[in-house]
Design a protein around this ligand. Structure first.
Ligand SMILES: [Ca+2]
Ligand SMILES: [Ca+2]
Ligand SMILES: [Ca+2]
Length: 205
């Protein structure tokens, strides 16, 4: 399946005209961290993602969605726009979430997505697959929890989320609305911060 997808992705990119692209799709799962990005990269991506998959399980990506993803990849993770995210680029991206991100965290992040084992995250197909089939495992929840819990005190607080969202370009008002409606929806004990037990609910755990 993966080889077939790679061939299809390569074909679409070579031709630049195909209306759809078949990839394995993990269902209508939320990509929570996108809720911390400003409209054009977060909500817009969510929206085009939903449009790309009007029914859960439909294995197609539209060119609109791919174009949006390529823009996000270039803007966020691949600033020299060569289609590959290197260690340095990934570290720079993740430092938006946690300024003290460790090299081990960066290596782990890459390894979990680096299907061909070359030490980089390629836009095609590694990044596309990461977005189209988001990892909803406990390991993924733990990965993002540690990235968003910047002071490593065991809680992802509203303040930490607000800082990340503003680093990624949201206004304070946008950040507050997004953090309140998405993240704090799982703050069951209402203390304005998420323990890991609360946080992992966002990953269906
Ligand atoms: Ca790779
Ligand atoms: Ca914290
Ligand atoms: Ca809480």
């Amino acid at each position: 399946m993966q080889v077939m997808c790679q061939v299809l992705v390569a074909l679409v990119c070579a031709l630049g005209v195909s209306p759809v692209l078949a990839v394995p799709y993990g269902g209508n799962k939320a990509l929570g961290r996108l809720e911390l990005e400003p409209y054009e990269h977060g909500a817009m991506l969510h929206r085009t993602r939903r449009q790309a998959f009007p029914g859960a399980g439909m294995p197609c990506l539209t060119v609109t969605f791919l174009t949006e993803m390529k823009g996000r990849f270039s803007d966020r993770i691949d600033p020299n726009d060569d289609g590959k995210a290197t260690f340095k680029e990934v570290k720079s991206y993740l430092s938006n979430f946690n300024p003290a991100v460790s090299d081990a965290q960066v290596s782990g992040f890459i390894t979990r997505r680096d299907l061909n084992g070359n030490g980089r995250i390629e836009f095609i197909p590694e990044y596309i697959l990461d977005i189209a089939t988001p990892d909803m495992t406990p390991e993924a929840a733990a990965e993002w929890f540690s990235l968003e819990d910047g002071d490593a005190d065991g809680y992802v607080t509203r303040r930490e989320l607000m800082r990340i969202a503003q680093h990624l370009g949201m206004t304070p008002q946008q950040a507050d609305a997004s953090v309140s409606s998405y993240y704090m929806s799982v703050d069951t004990d209402d203390d304005d911060r998420l323990s890991f037990d609360e946080y992992k609910v966002l990953y269906g755990q």
